[in-house]
Write a protein that binds this ligand. Structure first.
Ligand code: C2E
Ligand code: MG
Ligand code: MG
Length: 658
């Protein structure tokens, strides 16, 4: 049967009676007009015997109030593709009632009332095509008065009045089938063009000859607008107004075909905003959304005409570039995009944000011809760029797909790692100038069942991207604090240092969580040192100061890790409430022979002293390095020369614990 929703919805709008019959003659659907005229669905009817083509003939309906309605009935069969009869679609036009004059008068009066009050425009034309009558709704919709219209051809078909051919076709169809319905464009008296849903029926006399055409129409502008909006929603991203993934794939498919045909090259440039999650989590989704919008606007403006800039979701964007001469040209495009991001974003709330993107490139037809595959390849290249230090771009190679799969697999394993208790901590001693242990840094390791120990550099970035770093980091804090509490209980109060990732540093309730962990483990705050990296601070110095201040108020010590690798200015260092600077091992490595490294380390040590900060040198591996560091005035050291990271038990033994 006609189960198709769209068809029924269309029937519901038709300003003429429509009903549907099952093959056995039972009515299964009647539209609002049919229901209004009859007061109930048509009762079951005997169908034309044996014939299964369209059928026309007189029929008498019985209304709900018991009265009879004589009509000229049209039935057309609906068949499945295989040809089986599914049912009939029926409609009717009133037939001159063979009834008493009084009844006729009553019906004319009713017809007149319908004509006057219908919301649809109604227009009656004679056989020469001139208007005989129009109703008030006609005047309202078209802007033409009845007076100005009668006696003239209708202002209906073809917005520019030039579409005579279409109008003639419609008239021919009305002649042949007795009716026509469809959508046409029309122009109002004020010049405005608008879509109409039109239904035309032929009025015939007793001999069957057409005397008039009756046209019913409604203005479907609002309907069209909402349909267009729906279509837009399904193809465009709501936040940025950019094409979405679905539309991108359609355009990419076309672009690939075009490139193969014209022997040109195209590229899928996949952008992922670096550390977007951090921005979103720390500054809030409203700011995150604003940044995405500003970024979309800026990049959209830089794209060349004909290229498509789409948002796939979250902080992922794709630029589809067409008509390149060679694969290498895509790199220029990627660099232009990266440049466009370099300028800071001034957001409405007054915040200034710096953004960078990791960019992956796949080139077609070289790297594939399947649209979804090309996007996936560009994504794999993007991950590689991210891994190699962000704010950079990489081309796709097949090995990258392998890497992407490995990453996805690792992500799955990482998700369950906490429950399976697969993390452990090692402790690396910090020593003073006399070689005495003054503290320990807790370093996390991942030991999945049945495989080798995984160092933090291999899984922390992934944990940051997925947000898993927050629960993992909480566990690290808890485990380190509990261990340090045991040292305290054994009579060896020794500070423990814990590394905090940028994501953790900006996570909600960080201070409260650290306070809870200290309380739970029973560790006095002064025995906990929090290490944050320079990059975490530099993302937003202002915010960092507030966070650090709150941590300092808890009573914990604060260290700036990997110092010298970021770009802290002296000015920002001065306002950060720190206790310790940890000189990055990359400078220590160059000692004692590297002139510039020696110079840098000396400068850092002087600076630390002036700011009243303690300085610890990381990565001390040789006696010569240690000697020079001492000479330069450093008093706190960490490195393989003095102690490697070791188990809690081994470090405990170093402290003299049983
Ligand atoms: P980091 O905080 O700078 O930690 C020092 C790293 O240098 C450690 O590597 C340590 O094993 C290594 N190291 C120490 N002495 C020497 C030396 O003399 N020579 C050399 N070549 N290396 C030395 P590890 O344990 O692989 O950690 C690497 C980084 O991972 C850490 O750098 C830290 O940023 C991060 N990390 C470690 N544990 C955690 C954690 O619990 N949470 C977070 N968010 N990050 C962590
Ligand atoms: Mg550290
Ligand atoms: Mg470090």
């Amino acid at each position: 049967m006609v189960r198709d929703f769209a068809t029924l919805a269309a029937f519901n709008r038709v300003p003429a009676p429509v009903f549907v019959l099952a093959p056995d003659g039972e009515c299964t659907y009647a539209n609002p007009v049919a229901l209004a005229v009859l007061g109930c669905p048509p009762s079951a009817m005997a169908l034309p015997d044996g014939t299964e083509g369209p059928h026309q003939g007189s029929h008498t309906f019985h209304r709900a109030d018991g009265s009879a309605l004589n009509v000229l009935l049209s039935l057309s069969p609906e068949r499945l593709a295989a040809g089986t009869l599914e049912g009939w679609i029926g409609t009717w036009v009133p037939q001159a009632p063979h009834t008493a004059a009084g009844d006729l008068e009553e019906r004319l009066r009713l017809a007149g009332a319908i004509f006057e009050h219908a919301v649809e425009g109604i227009m009656v034309t004679d056989t020469s095509g001139n208007i005989v009558a129009v109703n008030p709704a006609f005047e309202e919709i078209t802007g033409y008065s009845a007076q100005a219209s009668v006696g003239k051809p209708p202002p209906i078909f073809g917005a520019n009045g030039a579409d005579r051919a279409a109008a003639d076709r419609i008239v021919r169809e009305v002649e042949a089938a007795g009716r026509w319905s469809g959508e046409v464009w029309s122009r109002r008296r004020n010049g405005e063009v608008y879509p109409q849903w039109v239904n035309i029926g032929a009025a015939r006399d007793a001999t069957g000859a057409t005397t008039h055409h009756v046209t019913l129409f409604s203005d479907v502008t609002a309907l069209r607008a909402s349909e267009l909006r729906l279509e837009h929603l399904s193809q465009f991203d709501q936040l940025t107004g950019l094409p979405n993934r679905a539309l991108l794939l359609v355009r990419l498919e076309r672009a690939v075909a075009q490139a193969r045909h014209s022997k040109t090259v195209g590229a899928v440039v996949f952008l992922d905003i670096d550390r977007f999650k951090t921005i979103n989590d720390s500054l809030g989704h409203a700011i995150g959304d604003e940044l995405l919008k500003a970024l979309a606007l800026r990049l959209q403006a830089r794209r060349r005409a004909g290229d498509t800039f789409a948002r796939l979701g979250g902080d992922e964007f794709v630029l589809l570039v067409e008509g390149l001469g060679a694969a290498g040209d895509a790199a220029t495009v990627a660099m232009e995009l990266a440049d466009a991001l370099a300028e800071p974003f001034m957001l409405a709330g007054g915040s200034t944000l710096y953004a960078s993107a990791s960019i992956g490139l796949s080139v077609f037809p070289e790297h594939g011809i399947d649209a979804a595959g090309l996007v996936g390849n560009a994504e794999a290249a993007m991950y590689q760029a991210k891994k190699e230090g962000r704010a950079t771009f990489r081309y796709y190679t097949p090995a990258l797909t392998q890497a992407l799969h490995a990453r996805l697999e690792m992500e799955t394993r990482l998700r369950g790692a906490l429950e399976r208790a697969e993390f452990l901590l090692q402790y690396q001693a910090k020593v003073d100038i006399d070689g005495k242990v003054t503290g320990a840094e807790a370093l996390v390791r991942w030991q999945p069942q049945g495989s080798a120990m995984i160092p933090p550099n291999h899984f922390v970035p992934l944990a940051e991207d997925t947000g898993l770093i927050v629960p993992i980091g909480d566990w690290v804090l808890w485990a380190a604090c509990s261990e340090a509490r045991r040292w305290l209980d054994a009579g060896h109060p020794t500070p423990v240092a814990v590394n905090l990732s940028n994501v953790q540093f900006r996570s909600k309730n960080l201070v409260r969580r650290i306070r809870d962990i200290l309380e739970e483990s029973g560790l006095p705050p002064w025995l906990l040192e929090i290490e944050i990296t320079e990059s975490a601070v530099m993302e937003s110095v202002h915010e960092a100061v507030a966070h650090l201040q709150a941590l300092r108020e808890l009573g914990v010590r604060l260290a700036l890790d990997d110092f010298g690798t970021g770009f802290s200015s002296l000015a920002s260092l001065k306002i950060l409430p720190l206790h310790v600077l940890k000189i990055d091992q990359s400078f220590v490595r160059g000692l004692p022979d590297g002139k510039s490294d020696t110079q840098i380390v000396r400068t850092i040590l002087t600076m630390a002293e002036n700011l009243g900060l303690e300085a610890t040198a990381e990565g001390v591996e040789t006696a010569a390095q240690l000697a020079l560091l001492r000479e330069l005035g450093c008093r706190s050291f960490q490195g393989y020369l003095l102690a490697r990271p070791e188990s809690a038990a081994a470090f405990g033994a170093r402290l003299g614990l049983a």
